[in-house]
Design a protein around this ligand. Structure first.
Ligand code: DOR
Length: 445
């Protein structure tokens, strides 16, 4: 018996839109029929007339807080939010507690996800000043990448020892993702702000403290090191116009140095601090409207290769603290697809570009052989979207454990109706099926 038949969908895939019926069996897309499939039966039948069918998004940067920080978020809640948002695979960061700095700790996270993740998963191996041997034991076929904080953020995982950095860039045997903000610049800017305001530093100062200069110094140093050593470098969450000169336009294939933009840097600007305050405090900081415009342009011309969320929840109590104690980060994984489609509706991107950056490019960049595309033989990670269903984000509809969103009150015109992971319905009409489990991502390297 076929698992699922979807009829009359408008498929958006690989730069094209076309009407098709899909047959899913054994967790994979068995047939894509543009002429209709006729009298085929299945356990689940869905009429998708008037709806868009997209590949599930693959988010290459999230913080799901497990283990150790589960008062903010956990894998069960975060993956319910992901499913509701059309994100069917994630790659998670090592600044959990304990930090993911050994192979044993890394495998513990995979075991946690096997038990509770509703979508497909992978976890980065964390780099510190003193764990290079352990880092080099990471299996590139079973782990998405290495992650180094070249600027401290939540969790104090700074890698700043010059000798370690040079060895790391020389020896890294797989994609290395970095957080790039120069620590010395941030420290000097913080000291100046404290001298001026004491404890009452206004939130609007965040982009001047975590400044454009701090970003450029760190990311340009990293790119120089990567060029010297031939490292496969991926610079996360680009937040400034100036950094974009470090990356090449054009297709991903063959690049050794790639860049990611996050939804919040594409959506918000410093004009939003007045209304949203700490809810849009991120590292790197949301910067000017000119920076945002330049990052949007770079998504189009290819200097930005992928778009992700950096989903990083904190509680509202934590966020209510004064500037110096207020942690950076916020929940986004439930709204990345609809926010990007909203930008497409506004004419910033095309829907095809959104699918490229959220779905196809992460699969290609990380060498995931059978996800991220709607192709026969690929895993059936699919998202059904109503493109004409305006709705308002409200607290009641949120799945993240932290219970708030920077998008509360926002009207989105696209709505995720259904999400399938490996052919199984994990989200439908506002409800998550918590019995579904995702799979560990495999990498064809
Ligand atoms: O704003 C951020 N929050 N940026 C990061 O790099 C880390 C994240 C977190 O873990 O809270």
């Amino acid at each position: 018996m076929n698992q699922l038949v979807i009829r009359n969908a408008q498929v958006v895939n690989e730069g094209r839109r076309f009407n098709a019926d899909l047959v899913v069996a054994g967790g994979r897309i068995e047939r894509i029929a543009t002429e209709g499939i006729g009298d085929v039966s299945a356990a689940q039948e869905v009429d998708a007339a008037g709806r868009l069918l997209l590949p599930g998004a693959i988010d290459d940067q999230v913080h799901f807080r497990e283990p150790g920080l589960t008062h903010k978020e956990d894998i069960a809640h975060a993956t319910a939010a992901a499913a509701a948002g059309g994100v069917t695979s994630f790659m998670e960061m090592p600044n959990t507690v304990p930090n993911t700095l050994t192979q044993a700790l890394l495998e513990e996270k995979y075991a946690l996800a096997a038990a509770s993740s509703l979508v497909n998963y992978s976890f980065y191996m964390g780099v510190a000043n003193n764990n290079l041997d352990e880092v080099l034991r990471t299996d590139p076929r079973r782990v998405c990448g290495l992650k180094a904080f070249l600027g401290s953020s939540t969790g104090n995982m700074l890698v700043d020892d010059p000798d370690t950095l040079s060895k790391l860039f020389g020896k890294a045997h797989m994609i290395m993702a970095i957080h790039a903000e120069d620590e010395a610049t941030i420290r000097a800017n913080t000291a100046a702000a404290v001298a001026r305001w004491g404890e009452a530093i206004p939130l609007e100062e965040h982009p001047r403290i975590r400044s454009a200069e701090a970003c450029y110094i760190s990311s340009s140093n990293a790119v120089a090191l990567a060029k010297e050593h031939g490292t496969r470098l991926h610079v996360l969450h680009i937040s400034t116009a100036r950094e974009l000169e470090l990356f090449s336009p054009g297709p991903l294939e063959g690049k050794r140095i790639t860049a990611e933009a996050c939804v919040h840097h594409l959506w918000f600007s410093d004009a939003d601090y007045a209304g949203k305050g700490a809810l849009i405090k991120w590292n790197p900081a949301v910067k000017t409207a000119d920076d945002r415009a330049a990052i949007r342009q770079a998504v189009i011309d290819g200097r930005i290769d992928v778009v992700a969320t950096d989903h990083a929840p904190h509680t509202l109590e934590e966020k209510a603290q004064p500037y110096a104690k207020c942690p950076s980060g916020g929940p986004l994984v439930q709204h990345s697809v609809v926010a990007m489609l909203e930008l497409a509706r506004q004419g910033v991107f095309t829907v095809e570009q959104v699918v490229e950056k959220l779905c196809h490019a992460p699969a290609r960049m990380f060498d995931i052989p059978d996800r991220g595309f709607i192709r026969e033989g690929h895993c059936a990670d699919l998202v059904l979207v109503d493109p004409n269903a305006p709705w308002t984000v409200s607290r009641e509809g949120l799945f993240s454990k932290c219970g708030w969103s920077p998008f509360e009150g926002q009207v989105f015109h696209n709505r995720v109706l259904r999400t399938w992971v490996n052919g199984r319905s994990v989200y439908a009409d506002g409800r998550v099926d918590r019995s579904v489990r995702g799979e560990r991502l495999r990498f064809d390297r």
